[in-house]
Design a protein around this ligand. Structure first.
Ligand code: FES
Ligand SMILES: [Fe+2]
Length: 329
């Protein structure tokens, strides 16, 4: 599918930022990543992340197979060389002094780095990828990328699903004996969708092995990005935050990125929290990959919903209003 085909129904995601790669994974070697069914080549040029369509306009070789040389991208096939703006500045086979055709350029995309990730947009985003608080005094941990063979809206909806915690994450994020969810509402704010506080008893809330009753607040920041904050009911100054952003590679194939924020247990190694997250997301992956239909149904008649599913309901309604059809039906 080309961006042109995506353009009409999914302008809302074309103009969004998508988390393409952890910043630390882009060095001297180019990286190829699929975003919304489009192959993108990422390069680091003068320290900046640069994104090209991963296709040399001469004979269609992926530019991610090439290399960066003196701040320019060199195609591996015939050595056509592109500057950081995508303009071809050298065609080795062409006689010296002959002008390079105007049309000899590759499509470039906007990039920005935030929260340890390189974000890419095919369109005209109206702000930064995320508007999150500064989290002063918090420790941040970017967890491993998580590949999921599922549609991005399914992956996000699972993240917003409070009543699965007691079953999919039994003994960790919930206890089946305390599965009842008290009534809560979702609100529309400038940040997106925000839930009321939802209390959940968690036998091991964060991997440190401590049982606590947490107050959850979910925020949907974008079609494929959400945030949750949980506060220990007994100690509300202890805050655990989790940014969860999903890159839709294709309609049914995604990579999820998780960034953990905490302002407590600062002496506990970050790996304790990251490995716990790995375990939770693996539990989620098995469930989300098993779901049918694979595309998230936006018609609320298509599945049964309870009051405890309010976050999912609000998310589906919001996607529908935005006109998001990638990964949804
Ligand atoms: S295919 Fe890239 S230079 Fe020919
Ligand atoms: Fe989960």
């Amino acid at each position: 599918m080309s961006i042109k085909q995506l353009d009409a129904p999914d302008a809302s995601i074309i103009d969004r930022w998508h988390p393409a790669l952890p910043s630390e994974r882009l060095g001297a070697e180019p990286v190829s990543v699929e975003v919304l069914s489009v192959k993108v080549a990422l390069f680091r040029i003068k320290g900046e992340a640069v994104a090209f369509r991963d296709l040399c306009i001469h004979r269609g070789v992926p530019l991610s197979l090439g290399r960066v040389e003196e701040d320019r991208v060199v195609c591996p096939y015939h050595g056509w060389t592109y500057d950081a703006c995508g303009a071809c500045v050298r065609i080795p086979a062409q006689p010296a002094g002959k002008a390079i055709p105007e049309k000899a350029r590759v499509t470039t995309y906007r990039t920005v780095e935030q929260e340890g990730l390189i974000w890419i947009s095919f369109g005209q985003p109206d702000g930064p990828p995320l508007s999150l608080p500064a989290f002063d005094g918090f420790r941040k941990v970017l967890c491993a990328p998580y590949e999921v063979q599922a549609a991005a809206p399914r992956v996000i909806e699972n993240f917003l699903d409070v009543s699965h915690l007691m079953f999919v994450h039994e003994g960790l994020l919930g206890d089946p004996a305390s599965a009842e969810i008290h009534e809560y509402r979702m609100h529309r704010t400038e940040e997106g969708l925000v839930s009321d506080e939802i209390e959940v008893y968690q036998p091991d809330a964060d991997g440190t092995g401590k049982g606590v009753t947490n107050r959850y607040v979910y925020k949907v920041l974008g079609p494929f990005a959400a945030f949750l904050e949980k506060r220990d009911s007994a100690d509300p100054d202890h805050v655990f935050g989790l940014l969860f952003a999903v890159l839709p590679h294709a309609e049914k194939r995604s990579t999820a990125y998780a960034v953990i924020y905490r302002n407590y247990a600062l002496d506990t190694p970050d790996s304790v929290f990251a490995e716990f997250q790995d375990k939770l997301i693996e539990q989620d992956r098995v469930i989300v990959e098993s779901q049918t239909p694979e595309l998230l149904p936006l018609d609320l008649q298509a599945e049964l919903h309870l009051v405890s599913d309010r976050a999912s309901i609000a998310y589906r309604q919001w996607l529908k209003e935005l006109g998001v059809s990638f990964g949804a039906e």
